[in-house]
Design a protein around this ligand. Structure first.
Ligand code: SAM
Length: 343
């Protein structure tokens, strides 16, 4: 429970996590990121123009912005489409908080669809009450740790907001329960390590949203081996979108069999990555510079053959592989290839 809600630049709320010293979304905004790093580049909206059913695998559901934004855009563009969402998330507290934070970006029907599924897996009320009791000591610690880089949601405001929204959800739940709900939306949650949950899935997905924490801190969902698992879960014409442009992520995807391209940058941030099973659909190729860096030591991928290593084991393994590699360092590469195109 070592996280606290912060405001992003588009006013959507995200969390800062003390254990990982990391945010759940970039500063430009949780909602903006969902649109520009996931839903738009995936080609989901074009897909539903020609298909009456869509399957999405959301790896690291978190507060649910990616999955909910996808559902929102599908309903806006093609209300009759049958939507199947499989969401993987390890943390029951985040799942509970997702029913009350960020909900202002979506309509009551969408929030309710997710709420009712999450409610089957975790005791939302108990978890939120425990969380509220713990927020007091976390806030000042996060404020000092982030050196005022982020606007933290005021504690009183948060308490009020959490209670208001929470009790509204609970009170409307019964009345919504009486309605049939949206029968076109089917949501399935797996509350466990995504590496284990993914091994149990037995269907193909048109789109996979890949949104774990920063690769250099938590590489366990950025390994060649996890990507191979995702490769087998992706339909032949499907794609994986992710915010990451890290070299070991890109080489890991390539080694797992994918063809990769870049997605459009948002804010001051750099590009993300899109991965396909075929070469054809890659629209925006990597620049010469990005491509070159993949062949340096910086491009040595993360490995986790048994899909059960700790993050430290994966980082140590990569370090050893880098040391034994005869590839040049990325700094040497950049010095000797100063004139390479960035586009
Ligand atoms: C960057 S956040 C995801 C944000 C999310 N996609 C959203 O739209 O709000 C990363 C999430 O990964 C979850 N996570 C971390 N390790 C995991 C694991 N091994 N398996 C599944 N989920 C994990 C964290 O609890 C956190 O919610």
């Amino acid at each position: 429970m070592n996280f606290y809600p912060i405001l992003t630049e588009d006013s959507s709320i995200t969390l800062f996590n003390l254990d990982y010293d990391d945010v759940y979304h970039s500063k430009v905004g949780a909602y903006t990121e969902a649109i520009y790093k996931y839903v738009a580049p995936s080609g989901l909206i074009e897909f539903i123009k020609n298909n009456n059913e869509v399957r999405i695998l959301d790896v690291c559901f978190g507060l649910g912005y990616n999955a909910k934004t996808a559902v929102n855009e599908i309903i806006k563009n093609s209300p009759e489409t049958k939507i199947h969402i499989t969401a993987l998330e390890i943390d029951p507290v985040i799942l509970s908080l997702s029913t009350i934070l960020g909900t202002e970006c979506f309509n009551e029907d969408i929030n309710y669809c997710f709420f009712s599924e999450i409610n089957k897996h975790v005791d939302i009320q108990q978890i939120i009450d425990d969380y509220l009791q713990n927020t007091a000591h976390i806030r000042p610690e996060i404020q000092s740790k982030t050196s005022h880089r982020y606007i933290l949601v005021k504690e009183d405001e948060l308490r009020q907001k959490l209670h208001n929204i929470y009790y509204r959800s609970i009170s409307t739940r019964n009345s919504i329960d009486k309605k049939a709900g949206n029968s076109n939306i089917n949501i399935e949650f797996h509350v466990n390590d995504a590496r284990f949950s993914a091994q149990k899935l037995d269907q193909e997905y048109d789109f996979i949203f890949l949104d774990p924490f920063t690769p250099s801190k938590t590489p366990n969902l950025w390994t060649v081996d996890f990507f191979k698992l995702l490769f087998n879960l992706l339909s032949p014409d499907g794609n994986i979108t992710t915010y990451s442009n890290a070299a070991p992520v890109r080489t890991g995807l390539i080694e797992a069999g994918f063809y990769i391209g870049t997605t459009t940058p948002i804010g001051k941030k750099t590009t993300g990555t899109i991965a396909f099973k075929n070469h054809g659909p890659v629209k925006n190729k990597l620049s010469e510079k990005e491509e070159g860096i993949l062949n340096t030591k910086a491009g040595v991928p993360y490995r986790d053959e048994g899909l059960n290593s700790t993050n430290k084991e994966i980082l140590d393994r990569r370090q050893a592989e880098k040391q034994n590699s005869d590839k040049i360092s990325s700094s040497k590469f950049l010095k000797t290839h100063k004139n390479l195109s960035e586009k």
